[in-house]
Design a protein around this ligand. Structure first.
Ligand SMILES: NC(=O)c1ccc[n+]([C@@H]2O[C@H](COP(=O)([O-])OP(=O)(O)OC[C@H]3O[C@@H](n4cnc5c(N)ncnc54)[C@H](OP(=O)(O)O)[C@@H]3O)[C@@H](O)[C@H]2O)c1
Length: 331
């Protein structure tokens, strides 16, 4: 097994999740840029050396987790899969391409068996949204979705976190990652704007949600905002349903939905409680009086765990189980 981009925020969380879940692997290869050549990271009680990513080092793998940017994935993912490995890619490179499943196991796990050795891991904001929307779709049908995100700085990778903590300490930031200070601020821009005025993140959330839910015509609009919080993304979702509902029914559906943790009533989900956990926390359930069959929800999850590393490892686990079952049947 390899982690490409092992030194990054997602890569290091992958290491942690693989160790915690006792992922069945014989050897772990850690790859990153030439900047990390002298470094090592702990895994199962031992320091594992980081190697520089190269065409040679992605050979003879069973599974490769990519946690690098889309340009690196575009170059190295096809080579890795071409050599026979299953690749789970955290970048946006293949997410919307036909023939590349985009998977959240609780929602469309069956897609895991429908690939050419490359499975795309969705955007972090999309994952936590669809884990909540899928059970609502199954029980009541979705008519329209309006989502506004409050995304932590770790969603931008190490550079975002570095700028945030430097500003918290009052240090001068020489090469800031964000166009404005992030500490004490909110930035309604995540990625470049398109000709319609939507940011890249907003476009990803809308398109990926439709693909994962298998609802290409779903009316959905998104506003993505970066907020001065280190870890975990929050979302306010305003959802119009097809069927009548009462709030108690919705609570029950969500309480029983895989991956969802209902925190509703006198308390509500917050980033500091979601940090380090794998659930998608949902609360603040309210009927929206301004529209028929409308409901408001507040959704919080750890962007580095369920929003990235945990989801990727869950995909690999399902794939391994199915492969073993298939091999047993054919023995
Ligand atoms: N952060 C999140 O919440 C999140 C959630 C979902 C998906 N993602 C996606 O996951 C990917 C990784 O994000 P991140 O937040 O972990 O970013 P990050 O903290 O900036 O880490 C980037 C990683 O890529 C490596 N890298 C950079 N240039 C390289 C090169 N030329 N060759 C090999 N490796 C190279 C870095 O290695 P060095 O340390 O050696 O530079 C580092 O390990 C991105 O595609 C991102 O969009 C992120």
């Amino acid at each position: 097994v390899a982690i490409v981009g092992a030194t990054g925020l997602v890569g290091r969380t992958l290491l942690q999740v693989l160790e915690e879940r006792r992922f069945p692997l014989r050897e772990l290869r850690l790859l990153a840029s030439e900047r990390s050549r002298e470094k090592s990271l702990p895994f199962r009680g031992e320091q594992t050396a980081i190697e520089e990513l190269s065409k040679e080092r992605i050979k003879n793998l069973d599974i490769a987790f990519f946690a690098t940017d889309a340009a690196i994935s575009r170059e190295f993912v096809p080579l890795t899969a071409g050599d026979g490995a299953l690749v789970i890619d955290n970048s946006s490179a293949f997410r919307l391409e036909a023939g590349f499943p985009l998977v959240v196991p609780e929602v469309n796990g069956e897609e895991i068996f429908n690939h050419q050795r490359v499975i795309a891991n969705p955007n972090c904001s999309t994952i936590q949204l669809v884990v909540v929307l899928a059970p609502l779709q199954r029980h009541f049908g979705l008519k329209r979705v309006i989502v506004s995100t409050y995304q932590s700085v770790s969603g931008s990778g190490q550079k975002g976190l570095d700028q945030f903590f430097a500003e918290v300490k009052g240090e001068h930031v020489i090469a800031p990652f964000y166009p404005y200070p992030i500490f004490g601020n909110c930035l309604p821009q995540i990625g470049a704007f398109d000709e319609d005025g939507y940011s890249e993140e907003e476009v990803k959330i809308m398109a990926e949600t439709k693909k994962i839910l298998g609802l290409p015509e779903l009316p959905i609009t998104a506003t993505a905002v970066r907020v001065p919080v280190p870890y975990c993304h929050c979302e306010s979702a305003n959802v119009q349903l097809q069927l009548d509902f009462n709030l108690q029914e919705v609570r029950q559906v969500l309480a029983e939905a895989p991956g969802v943790v209902l925190v509703d009533g006198l308390t509500y989900p917050i980033p500091q409680q979601a940090r380090g956990r794998d659930g998608v926390f949902v609360g603040r359930l309210r009927r929206d009086p301004s529209v028929e069959r409308g409901i408001n929800l507040w959704i919080v999850a750890d962007n580095l765990r369920k929003g990235a590393a945990t989801n990727a490892v869950q995909i690999a686990e399902v794939w391994i189980q199915e492969k073993e079952r298939w091999e047993k049947l054919n023995r």
